[in-house]
Design a binder for this molecule. Structure first.
Ligand SMILES: [Zn+2]
Length: 47
């Protein structure tokens, strides 16, 4: 599951595979995404 936890609203949401940016569908905060592993996205910070 390519999911991250939003740092703003703490809800989990799915990230497209290998995406470098993603927006939380709940609060619309945009994040930069990194991939420590191919199946594990991680939020690097807000845009
Ligand atoms: Zn959010």
């Amino acid at each position: 599951m390519n999911e991250v936890r939003c740092l703003n609203c703490l809800k989990r949401f799915e990230v497209q595979p290998k995406a470098e940016e993603a927006a939380c569908p709940n609060c619309e905060t945009q994040y930069r995404i990194s991939w420590p592993r191919p199946d594990q996205p991680k939020i690097r910070g807000s845009i």
